[in-house]
Design a binder for this molecule. Structure first.
Ligand code: FES
Length: 69
């Protein structure tokens, strides 16, 4: 028996070609322009708590759980 673990990045992948670099918790990461902070954090292994966010639909921010500063 095997289980497939798919990572949910919280928001869909940006289709932009231009890359931007940002710093989260002291770590730099380059992502396509328009990438959400939630997705960028998840790509570097930092999980931001979320309820309504999924990478299968556009972000709409209804629960307000994923607050970052
Ligand atoms: S997870 Fe961000 S508003 Fe719901």
């Amino acid at each position: 028996m095997s289980l497939i673990h798919e990572i949910d990045f919280g928001t869909p992948r940006s289709k932009a070609e231009k890359m931007v670099t940002l710093t989260i918790d002291g770590q730099s990461i380059s992502v396509p322009e328009g990438t959400s902070i939630m997705r960028a954090a998840m790509e570097m292994g930092t999980q931001i708590p979320k309820l309504c966010a999924t990478d299968m639909v556009d972000a709409y921010g209804s629960c307000r759980l994923c607050l970052v500063e």
